[in-house]
Design a protein around this ligand. Structure first.
Ligand code: FES
Length: 103
């Protein structure tokens, strides 16, 4: 059975922005759009770039290296050169904390 992990303070995730953080040995990106928090792996599936260094536009994160884009709601690539989705994780908010299901 997979566990919910207490990952961050909800207020620590800025609205319409992305932050990177380490949780349980994973490099993750957390996003907040219209008050909802989303989580994906932080490393782009195309090359070694961190999505938290990219640009968030609505529900799309643009990779800083070659401007590939992912939908932060499901991790799917939305334009070239992205072929593989980035992994996304279920998020639950409770008591002002962000909980993630990582497995
Ligand atoms: Fe992200 Fe190339 S490393 S688009």
């Amino acid at each position: 059975d997979s566990q919910w992990i207490d990952a961050a303070d909800e207020d620590g995730v800025p609205e319409d922005d992305v932050i990177g953080l380490q949780v349980a040995g994973k490099d993750l990106a957390l996003y907040k759009v219209e008050g909802s928090v989303f989580a994906t792996d932080n490393i782009c599936t195309h090359g070694h770039a961190r999505l938290c260094d990219g640009f968030l536009d609505g529900y799309e994160i643009e990779c800083p290296l070659h401007q590939g884009k992912f939908d932060i709601r499901n991790g799917r690539g939305t334009c070239a050169p992205i072929v593989d989705a980035v992994r996304s994780y279920p998020v639950r908010i409770e008591g002002g904390r962000v909980f993630l299901k990582l497995s």
